[in-house]
Design a protein around this ligand. Structure first.
Ligand code: ADP
Ligand code: MG
Ligand code: MG
Length: 920
C-alpha cells in the first residue's frame, strides 16, 4: 500500500491521535486528539512530517500521491462545512499551520484566511454582512502571505516591518492611533497598497487563485523548516533537523467578526508560579497572533468570566477535561466566533522550574499522576533555577525608596537579573560575547530574537502579556523576564528608553525582578534562593519556605527510586557541609593538592619539592603531616561516618612552584639557597606535556615518602576522629594507574602505614584502597587491577583526554566548532562520550566485577553532575556518582529518572574470584 501522507480530522472523528506526534507533529496530533475527545475543533487535515523529509531529500518536490490525497481531504472538509474551497459566493477559508514534533513556538510560519481574493472577499461580505471584517481578514491574509510566501520582510535589524509601515502611514493619514479605528474602506485600500508593495519590492504578483495560494503556502511552511530562526531554535533545544515539520490545513474560524468574537490563549495552570488557577489572556474582536504578538495588551481570562460568563464556563469545563485527559498542565488556543467557542490548539504547557515542580507535586496530591511520573516530568537541570539568586529584599527596598523604581511590568519569568541595557538581539549577543551582562530590552520580542534572548541575563519588554513570545521563551530558557512594561518608551533608533521622564541609554545598568515585575535603575545585589537559605545559610525555616518544601518532596521521591548513591567532590569542611545539606552521601573525590595551597602549607610543600636529599624531603614532609592531618580530621568530622575518598597527590610538581622570577627569588631567600639553584630546579621540572608527564601515582612511586606521609595524615586523622566517637571510613585512592604493579606498589605503602597507625593509636578503623580508572590501559586491564583495588573511581576528565587524545586545556579552539559541525554531539568534557569513553568504562566495569564481584564503582569526573552522564553511570551499574556540591540535587533527580527508565548492567562473576586481595 502506498504511504498515507494526509490525515483528516473533523466532525467528531480524526484519523490521527495524540500518540502520532512523530508523524503528524505536535499540533496535528493534538488537533486529532481533541477532535476525538469531543472538543469543538474546526475540521481540517494534516500533511505528515514524512512529506517534509521527502521534500528535502528530493530537491523540494512532493511525493506523487500527495496532491490527490490533499484534494480528497479538502473534499471531506468541504463536506463537513458545507462550503467549497475557491467558491466566490461562499468560500471555504483555511489556515496553513506548521507543526513539528516538538513545539517551536512562533518559530515557523502560519498563514490565516487563505482562499480570499478580490472576488471571494465580495462573497464573504455578502455572507457575513460585515464589510469591515471581510477586509480586515483579507488584508491580514495578504500581509501574511506577502511575508511568509513571497518574502517581503524587514532587512535591517532596526527596520520595522514593511507592512506595519504601510499601516502606520495609513493611520497617520487618517489621524487615528488604533488598528480598530480603520474603516472597511481603509482596510480595502491597505490590501491594494500591500499588493503593490509586494509587486514592487519582490517582483511577485499576489496570486488570486486559491489553489495556487494553497500550494504556495504549503511549500512555504516546509521551506520555513530551514529558515535561520528555526535552525537556531533547533540547535538550542537539541531538535534534530531530520524530524521535519508537518503542515496543518484547517477551516478558519473568526475572532474578528465583531465584539461577540475574540481569541485567546490560556494555560490550565499558572505557568510562572504553577498555582492551580486558570491562567490566560484574550482579546475581543481579534484574530490569530494578536494576543501573543504584543501589539495590543490583552485582557486577563478572569475578565472573560465577568464579560462572557457562558463562554468562560465552557472554557473552564474544557480546562478540566483536558487536564484529566492529558494529566498535565496544557497550553491552549481558542477562538470565539459570534458566541461559539472553538479549540485551535493544545499542547503540554511550557513552564518555569518553579511551576514545573509545583505542578508535579500538586498533581501527585490530586492523584492525577504518580510520584514516578512527577520525577519524569522535571528536568534535572531545572533545579538550577531554584538555586539561583534572588534580590536582596532590603537592598531592593532601599533602591525603591531612593526613587530608583522605573516601572512595573508583568512577572513573566521569575528570578533576579541585573545587567546593562541593549535594545536588540544582535547587540545582546555581541555584548555578551565580550563578557558583558546584558538585559535585552525590546518593545516586544519576536522569534528572530532568540539568540539574543539566550545571551541575555534577563529580558524586558514594553508590550505583550504573560503569554507573549518574550514570556513564553524566557520561561522555557529559565531566563528572568519582565514583560508588558507599558511605561517604557523605547526608541530603537536612538537606543534610548524613556520612562517617567528619565532616560535610560544603551549600556546603562538596570535590575529586573521577574518574580514581581519590578524594573529598577542601576544595580541591585542579589542573595541566595529560598532553598539555599534553608539548606545552606540556615536563615529560613522550612515551614516558611514553600518553594523549599516542594523541592524537598521531589528530592524525597528521587531518593526512593534511585539506585545510584550521590557523593560530592569537596576538599574543605565547609564545602563538604554544604554538600551534605544538599543530600550528598559521601565524598567521592577529595583532592589533596588543593590543600597544599592553603594557609602555611605551600612553603613546606615547595621545600619538599626543591629538596636535594631524602632527609631534606622527609623533613619538609614532616612539616606538612600535621597540617594535612588537620584538614582530613575536619572533613571526617563533618562527614560523620559517611565514606570519604581521598586521592593521593596528582598534579605535576611544577604547579606548586612560582613562575615569576620575583617570587622565585623570594623563595630562594626564604629557603636560604641561591636563586640559581631554585631556577635550575624549576627548569629541570619543566615538562613539554605535563598532562602526560610526571604526575599521578608516578610521583608516589618515585617519591614513596610522599604517599607515606599522606597515608599517615589520613589514618592519624581517622584515629583522632574515631577517638571522638565519630565514625569514619577513609578510602585512599591512587590516581593515574595504568598498570597493576603501580597500584601494588602504592597500596602496599598505604596498608603498611594503616597497620602502623592503628597499632600506635590503639584504635581500629575500616578503610579501603582503590584506584582511579582514568587512562585507557587501566580500563583495559581492569581485571588485573581489581585483584588489588577495592574500588574504582572513573576519572572521566582524564579518561576523556586520554581516550580522545584531546587536551582539555588546549581544546578551546576546536571543541565549539566541532560541536557546531556535529563531529561531537556535545562537548565531551561536559557530557560523557558514551560510545568512546563510555565503552572503556563498560569494559572496566565488566572486567573489574568479573574478578571482584563486590568491587565498589564510582565516577568522580566533572561528568558526575551531568544528567546524561549520570544516566549512563546508572546503566553500567556504578554504585555512585560524585559531583560538585551544588549539583548534588541535580544528580539525585537524574539518578532517579535513570532508574525509572533503564535497567542496570549486571556482571557475572568468573569462576575464580578474588576474596582476599593481593597486596604484594
Ligand atoms: P504557532 O505555532 O506559531 O502558535 P499557529 O498555527 O498556532 O502558530 O497559528 C497562529 C495563530 O493563528 C494562533 O493564534 C492560532 O490560534 C490562529 N489560527 C490558526 N489557525 C486558525 C484557524 N483555522 N482559525 C482561527 N485562527 C487560527
Ligand atoms: Mg499556536
Ligand atoms: Mg585525573
Amino acid at each position: 500500500m502506498a504511504t498515507k501522507y494526509v490525515y483528516f480530522f473533523g466532525s467528531g472523528k480524526a484519523e490521527g491521535k495524540a500518540e502520532m506526534k512523530n508523524l503528524l507533529g505536535g499540533k496535528g496530533a493534538n488537533l486529532a486528539e481533541m477532535t476525538n475527545i469531543g472538543l469543538p475543533v474546526p475540521p481540517g487535515f494534516t500533511i505528515t512530517t514524512e512529506v517534509c523529509t521527502y521534500y528535502y531529500a528530493n530537491k523540494h518536490k512532493y511525493p506523487k500521491t500527495l496532491e490527490k490525497e490533499v484534494l480528497a481531504a479538502l473534499g471531506k472538509v468541504e463536506k463537513a462545512m458545507g462550503v467549497k474551497f475557491g467558491d466566490d459566493e461562499n468560500p471555504l477559508l483555511v489556515s496553513i499551520r506548521s507543526g513539528a514534533r516538538a513545539s517551536m513556538p512562533g518559530m515557523m510560519d502560519t498563514i490565516l484566511n487563505l482562499g480570499l481574493n478580490d472576488k471571494a472577499v465580495a462573497g464573504l461580505i455578502n455572507k457575513t454582512k460585515n464589510e469591515r471584517f471581510a477586509y480586515d481578514s483579507y488584508r491580514r491574509f495578504v500581509q501574511m502571505y506577502g511575508d511568509v510566501v513571497l518574502g517581503l520582510k524587514p532587512v535591517h535589524k532596526d527596520d520595522i516591518d514593511p507592512f506595519e509601515e504601510i499601516i502606520e502611514a495609513k493611520k497617520h493619514e487618517k489621524g487615528v492611533t488604533l488598528d480598530t479605528d480603520l474603516t472597511a474602506d481603509d482596510l480595502k485600500d491597505l490590501v491594494v497598497r500591500f499588493k503593490a508593495a509586494i509587486k514592487e519590492k519582490t517582483g511577485h504578483d499576489f496570486p488570486e487563485n486559491p489553489m495556487t495560494q494553497l500550494w504556495g503556502a504549503i511549500g512555504a511552511v516546509f521551506g520555513s523548516w530551514m529558515n535561520d530562526r528555526a535552525i537556531a531554535y533547533r540547535k538550542l533545544y537539541d531538535i534534530p533537523e531530520s524530524w521535519g515539520t508537518a503542515v496543518n490545513v484547517q477551516t478558519m474560524v473568526f475572532g474578528n467578526m465583531g465584539l461577540d468574537s475574540g481569541t485567546g490563549v490560556a494555560f490550565t495552570r499558572d505557568a510562572a508560579s504553577g498555582a492551580n488557577v486558570f491562567y490566560g489572556e484574550y482579546l475581543m474582536n481579534a484574530q490569530g497572533e494578536d494576543v501573543v504578538a504584543g501589539t495590543r495588551t490583552p485582557l486577563p481570562i478572569s475578565k472573560l468570566a465577568q464579560d462572557e460568563p457562558v463562554m468562560y464556563r465552557q472554557l473552564e469545563k474544557i480546562r478540566k477535561t483536558l487536564e484529566k485527559h492529558y494529566r498535565d498542565m496544557m497550553d491552549v488556543e481558542f477562538t470565539i466566533q459570534q458566541g461559539k467557542l472553538y479549540m485551535l490548539q493544545c499542547r503540554v504547557g511550557k513552564r518555569t522550574a518553579f511551576a514545573s515542580i509545583r505542578i508535579a507535586v500538586d498533581m501527585v496530591g490530586e492523584k492525577l499522576i504518580s510520584d514516578q511520573e512527577a520525577l519524569k516530568r522535571i528536568e534535572p537541570d531545572q533545579l538550577n533555577q531554584l538555586l539561583r539568586p534572588i534580590f536582596d529584599l532590603d537592598e531592593k527596598a532601599a533602591a525603591i525608596k531612593a526613587g530608583r523604581l522605573l516601572a512595573k511590568g508583568l512577572n513573566a519569568g521569575p528570578g533576579a537579573a541585573c545587567g546593562r541595557v541593549v535594545f536588540n538581539a544582535v547587540d545582546a549577543e555581541a555584548w555578551a560575547k565580550r563578557g558583558e551582562k546584558v538585559i535585552l530590552t525590546r518593545i516586544e520580542t519576536s522569534p528572530e530574537d532568540i539568540k539574543g534572548m539566550d545571551a541575555a541575563e534577563g529580558i524586558l519588554t514594553a508590550r505583550g502579556g504573560m503569554t507573549s513570545h518574550a514570556a513564553l521563551v524566557a520561561r522555557q530558557m529559565g531566563k528572568v523576564c519582565v514583560a508588558g512594561c507599558s511605561e517604557l518608551e523605547i526608541d530603537y533608533n536612538t537606543h534610548i528608553m524613556t520612562v517617567k521622564g528619565q532616560s535610560v541609554k544603551e549600556g546603562d545598568w538596570v535590575s529586573i525582578d521577574g518574580t514581581t515585575g519590578e524594573v529598577i535603575a542601576g544595580q541591585v545585589n542579589t542573595k541566595p534562593s529560598e532553598v539555599l537559605q534553608v539548606l545552606i545559610d540556615k536563615t529560613l525555616e522550612p515551614k516558611n519556605a514553600p518553594v523549599y518544601q516542594e523541592f524537598a518532596k521531589i528530592m524525597q521521591w528521587a531518593d526512593k527510586y534511585r539506585a545510584l548513591k550521590i557523593r560530592t567532590n569537596a576538599d574543605q569542611p565547609d564545602q563538604s557541609a554544604n554538600a551534605v545539606a544538599f543530600g550528598a552521601e559521601g565524598i567521592g573525590l577529595c583532592r589533596t593538592e588543593h590543600m597544599f595551597f592553603g594557609e602555611g602549607k605551600i612553603g613546606p610543600m615547595r621545600e619538599m619539592i626543591l629538596a636535594d636529599t631524602l632527609e631534606q624531603r622527609k623533613a619538609a614532609l614532616g612539616k606538612l603531616l600535621p597540617l594535612q592531618r588537620q584538614d582530613f580530621a575536619g572533613i571526617f568530622e563533618v562527614m560523620n561516618g559517611r565514606p570519604v575518598t581521598i586521592r593521593t597527590i596528582d598534579p605535576p610538581l611544577h604547579e606548586f612552584l612560582p613562575h615569576e622570577e620575583k617570587q622565585q627569588r623570594e623563595l630562594a631567600s626564604q629557603m636560604g639557597i641561591s636563586f640559581e639553584k631554585v631556577k635550575q630546579r624549576i627548569d629541570s621540572l619543566h615538562e613539554f606535556n605535563p598532562m602526560l608527564g610526571f604526575r599521578g601515582c608516578r610521583l608516589g612511586i618515585i617519591y614513596p615518602e610522599i604517599t607515606e606521609m599522606q597515608a599517615r595524615a589520613i589514618f592519624e586523622a581517622a584515629a583522632e576522629t574515631k577517638k571522638k566517637k565519630i565514625n569514619v571510613e577513609p578510602e585512599v585512592m591512587i590516581p593515574l594507574v595504568g598498570n597493576i604493579k603501580e597500584l601494588q606498589h602504592q597500596a602496599a605503602i598505604v596498608r603498611t602505614v594503616a597497620t602502623q597507625v592503628m597499632k600506635e593509636q590503639g584504635v581500629t578503623f575500616k578503610y579501603l584502597v582503590g584506584t582511579m580508572i582514568e587512562i585507557p590501559r587501566g580500563a583495559m586491564t581492569a581485571d588485573e587491577i581489581a585483584t588489588v583495588a577495592e574500588f574504582f573511581s572513573f576519572g572521566t576528565n582524564d579518561l576523556t583526554q586520554t581516550t580522545l587524545g584531546v587536551s582539555r586545556d588546549d581544546a578551546g579552539r576546536f571543541i565549539k566548532p566541532y560541536v557546531d559541525m556535529d563531529i561531537y554531539p556535545k562537548d565531551p568534557f561536559e557530557v560523557l562520550d558514551r560510545t568512546g569513553v563510555g565503552s572503556l568504562m563498560k569494559i572496566a566495569v565488566e572486567k573489574g566485577r568479573a574478578t571482584a564481584p563486590t568491587l565498589k564503582l564510582g565516577i568522580c569526573g566533572e561528568h558526575g553532575g551531568d544528567p546524561s552522564s549520570v544516566e549512563f553511570c546508572h546503566m553500567i551499574g556504578l554504585d555512585y556518582v560524585s559531583c560538585s556540591p551544588f549539583r548534588v540535587p541535580i544528580a539525585r533527580l537524574a539518578a532517579a529518572r535513570a532508574a525509572l527508565a533503564y535497567p542496570r548492567l549486571t556482571v557475572k562473576a568468573k569462576k575464580t574470584v578474588v576474596k582476599k586481595r593481593r597486596t604484594k
